[in-house]
Design a binder for this molecule. Structure first.
Ligand code: ADP
Ligand code: MG
Length: 341
């Protein structure tokens, strides 16, 4: 009897010890859910359990944003673009108003490198829709005409009810900022639902809340030209409320006569921007980070620092067309194992 008691006591002490030594929560304490929206697989990872109802809410919000900001179909932006084919003034639905105002400011801040007014050019290149994909560049006369008649969002007038462009036809494409706006919105939704530790990964573009199990969320920045088993350009810890977005020439492109024509258009030339392979930006606003990554890509190495300063971005990283790396001091201080070119 006494021995049994001692045995039981030993067991209890051992069990207590094992319980005390449980490892800090790791991978298995992070749950993942994949949603699809805005042409991208969106992975939401939460430290702890994922509440299915919250994920359904997130999916519903993303579906609404996709419908609202798509250039295809018959959502609000598509209808507005339809009006601007023949008229200089279009009614601006309240659901689009803030996004238009924010994008116009981003257009101005980037000195026109980020400009949703490239809609007709993007369409001409066939990057607006998989069904429009082409295997040769558009004919030069068509490109010249589209460039000449396009209306910049920077120069458009926006009031509470309408948007007015220089001249019709005009077409706005928010492909370079709508994903960021959506990520901001989903993050707010998660926070409002009491989720304090999460990461949202929208096709490599990221925003985080809190931490991953007492450690920072850690992410890798994709190498634009993976080689010798090196797939990442650098890695870094991303902290509460930070977003990190990358624009690259490897996302959507066609190769013709050995030349790569990709989906990031220089609004000044009508052609895919020439100076960069990839551009990465860190900022608290995912919408600004998204637009700034596109603007940095278009700016290229010569104008990178001044454009980023005007856009209020401190930490940025650019791989230029030769594969050389340019980075702000603030970014260099954040990244580990930055790849040699
Ligand atoms: P991704 O969508 O691959 O993350 P971006 O954020 O850079 O890359 O967005 C590129 C998309 O934005 C293009 O597919 C096109 O719809 C649109 N776009 C292309 N060039 C510009 C530009 N200079 N300014 C604003 N939007 C652009
Ligand atoms: Mg972008």
């Amino acid at each position: 009897m006494k021995q049994t008691f001692i045995g039981l006591a030993l067991c209890a002490i051992l069990a207590w010890g094992v319980w005390q030594q449980r490892p800090a929560p790791t991978h298995s304490d992070v749950t993942h859910r994949e949603l699809f929206a805005l042409g991208t697989l969106i992975q939401i990872s939460v430290a702890g359990d994922i509440d299915a109802a919250v994920m359904n809410q997130a999916q519903a919000a993303l579906n609404m944003l996709e419908q609202r900001w798509s250039v295809l179909g018959d959502g609000e932006l598509a209808q507005l673009n339809q009006t601007l084919q023949t008229q200089a003034r279009a009614a601006l639905p309240t659901t689009l108003h803030d996004g238009f105002v924010a994008a116009r400011q981003l257009c101005l801040d980037s000195d026109g490198r980020f400009d949703p007014g490239v809609g007709d050019l993007v369409r001409l290149w066939g990057f607006d829709d998989e069904d429009h994909f082409r295997d040769t560049p558009p004919p030069t006369p068509q490109l010249k005409a589209a460039l000449q008649q396009r209306s910049s969002l920077c120069d458009s007038a926006i009031d509470a009810q309408s948007v007015v462009v220089d001249q019709p036809p005009a077409r706005f494409d928010f492909g370079a900022s709508a994903k960021g706006r959506a990520v901001d919105e989903v993050m707010s939704l998660l926070r409002a639902e009491g989720i304090n530790n999460a990461i949202i990964n929208a096709g490599g573009d990221i925003k985080v809340i809190g931490q991953r199990a007492q450690r920072a969320w850690r992410i890798g920045i994709r190498h634009p030209r993976p080689h010798d088993g090196r797939t990442m350009l650098a890695s870094l810890n991303v902290h509460d409320g930070e977003a990190i977005f990358t624009s690259g020439d490897y996302e959507r492109f066609l190769i013709h006569d050995g030349v790569r024509y990709h989906h990031i258009i220089d609004p000044r030339t009508g052609y895919p921007a020439q100076g960069s392979q990839s551009a990465t930006v860190l900022h608290s606003s995912a919408e600004r980070a998204d637009a700034a990554a596109t603007a940095l890509f278009v700016a290229g190495p010569t104008d990178a620092a001044s454009v980023m300063q005007n856009m209020g971005v401190e930490a940025w990283l650019l791989v230029d067309a030769n594969g050389d790396i340019h980075a702000s001091d603030a970014m260099r201080a954040r990244v580990d194992d930055l790849a040699a070119p």
